[in-house]
Structure formats: C-alpha cells, structure tokens
Design a protein around this ligand. Structure first.
Ligand SMILES: O=C(O)CCC(=O)C(=O)O
Length: 328
C-alpha cells in the first residue's frame, strides 16, 4: 500500500496517481469520479495520462505538476468545492447562483427532446468569441486574413489544436449561460467543465484535405445507454459548408432499435458509415451546440472561404450513471 502525503488534500488524486504509476497498489476509482477529479483540478485527460506514463513522477511531483498547470492559481474555494463534492456533499454551480441566468427556452428544450441537440445562442458574447478566435490564430502563428498562413503550421494532419489554458478559454468555461443550459439538461447544478482543446478546420485545398473526425460515437454502445452531453463553441460564424459540426438528429431515440438492424458480420461503424447521413449545423459566433453523446457525429469538410475555429467543452455532474463495458 502506498503512503499518502498530500498538500492538495484530495485523497482520490492519490488513488488516481497510484493506479497509473503503481498498478495494482489501489482499487481503481469509478469512471465518473475520475472525470470529476480531473475536471475539478482543471486538468486535461490526455495531458495528465501522458505526463504520468512518460514521467512516472512521485506523488509529490505529480501534485507539484498539478499546481504548475495553473500558475499556482488553484483557488482554495474551488478545491474545497471539489473535496466536498467527492465526499458526497451537495455543491452548487461553479459560477454561483444560476436562478437569474437565462438558459434554454421551452422551444429549445422541445428541440432538444426531439433532435438530441440544441444551439445555445450567445452562449458567450461575440466579443469574447472573437478574442478567443484571435488567441487561437496567435497560438498557431497564423493571420486570420492571410489564407497562405492557414496551412503553414504543422499540426500533423488534424483539426485539433493543443491550446488548453489561454485566459479566454478559461473564461469561456465559466460562462453562466453555458452552466445554466447544462444544468437544465442534466437537471442539476453540481457540474464540472472539461479542459478540452480547440479546433481549426481550414478550407480544403489540393494539399489539405479534411482529415476527420468523420461520423463516430465517443460513447459506449453497450447497454444500458446512459445520458451524457458533449459541446462545441463556435468562435466565428459557421455556415453549413464551412466544416460545420454534423450529427444525425434524433438518433438518441432510435439507437437501440437501429443496433438490432446491423447485419451479421458487419461492424457497427461500417454499417453507420454506409446507412446514416449527418446534418451540418450552421450557427453564429458565440453560439454553442450541445449534443447527446448517443448521436453519431463528426466534423465536415470545409468548402467555404474561411476556417472554422472552435472550442470544445463538456459539462458533467459529480456522479452520474455510466456503462462500464466499452462496445464500439
Ligand atoms: O469538430 C467537430 O465538429 C466534431 C467534434 C467531434 O467529433 C467530437 O468532439 O467528438
């Protein structure tokens, strides 16, 4: 058994570290607790796993690394909220009282029920969206108005951009309207925001073809099918042909039945690619699309004139139902 010395005072973080760095020394945490732990400490899942597996740090080194991610600015109040939530206490919204925040309308909620996605208009202000868009161009060393610059930087052949903690990204994660809309959909306010990367999907040209993501699920298809949300924030207007987020609306209601129609010997993904058609979702600068994780979804080729620039984020409560078995 590994001794726990801690300055953050979060027992589950020690367990998480032990499971990654000294396998077999501790019983794994439930998946929802891991997600809450990492989101509550504002850690990105991939960067954390990479650090633990490549560096094999001591627990003290791991805690020091967690502090460094935030320039030492992990606030005691935020840590306390996380400690209390992980101990099973009720906690409120991260961004304070949501009662007077305008969220999704009755029409939005009806759209959600039918289609499994909703556009949260003005999730952040157009000004905030534009500053984030600028931060992403700066990070990439590109000029918004110089198409040649959009293809200069090598990100590998990918639309993902590993920018995680620019102050504008951090501020967007705290947007009250985003927390309110997710609280309405989850039916609770004890939500934790993921620290996800951003996206840059430039117009296709001869030496740059859309690399995906094509139609996929980020959810297990094993039953029971549980509820979870995913989200994308448009940082500039996106037209349908501009690399828009795409999904199969309403599929959360028919997935179970559809799975029965997959022919013997054919994979679910091959059958989906052959038989399902995604709808591209246009929206404005500052709008957020929130979708049910059972909707097959992906991005799409950009056949317009300007790049699509986005920030990804998901909000989840402290504890939630999930299915252990992974089936794709
Ligand atoms: O970037 C997009 O439009 C799609 C994002 C996506 O596929 C995902 O977040 O899983």
């Amino acid at each position: 058994m590994v001794e726990m010395e801690t300055s953050l005072g979060i027992e589950q973080l020690h367990t998480y570290w032990a499971c990654q760095c000294e396998p077999g020394s501790a019983a794994p945490l439930p998946q929802d607790v891991v997600k809450t732990l990492l989101a509550g400490l504002q850690l990105n899942v991939l960067e954390t796993l990479r650090y633990l597996h490549h560096q094999r740090p001591s627990y003290a080194q791991f805690e020091a690394w967690v502090w460094e991610r935030h320039g030492g600015e992990l606030k005691e109040a935020a840590l306390n909220r996380l400690r209390r939530a992980l101990a099973g206490e009720a906690v409120g919204a991260e961004v304070g009282d949501l009662d007077r925040v305008e969220g999704l309308s009755a029409d939005d909620l009806a759209h959600w029920d039918e289609h499994g996605y909703v556009i949260l208009r003005n999730a952040i202000s157009p000004e905030a969206a534009e500053s984030t868009e600028t931060a992403i161009y700066d990070f990439l060393g590109m000029d918004r108005d110089d198409p040649e610059s959009w293809y200069r930087q090598s990100l590998g052949h990918s639309i993902w951009v590993p920018l995680l903690r620019h102050p504008t990204l951090v501020a967007n994660r705290r947007a009250p309207r985003i927390h309110k809309a997710h609280a309405q959909l989850w039916g609770r306010e004890d939500l934790w925001v993921t620290v996800d990367q951003v996206g840059f999907n430039p117009p296709e040209r001869d030496n740059w073809r859309f690399p995906g993501p094509h139609l996929h699920w980020d959810a297990t298809l094993a039953e029971p099918h549980c509820f979870e949300l995913q989200g994308i924030l448009y940082l500039a207007d996106v037209a349908e042909d501009q690399g828009a987020f795409s999904c199969v609306p309403g599929f959360h209601r028919t997935l179970k039945q559809w799975l029965k129609s997959v022919p013997e010997g054919v994979t679910v993904h091959a059958h989906a690619a052959r038989t399902l058609t995604m709808t591209p979702i246009a929206a404005k600068r500052g709008d957020m699309i929130i979708w049910h994780h059972l909707l097959p979804h992906g991005s799409s080729p950009n056949r317009a004139q300007r790049p699509r620039v986005v920030q990804y984020m998901s909000l989840r409560p402290t504890r939630f139902a999930y299915t252990e078995e992974w089936k794709s």
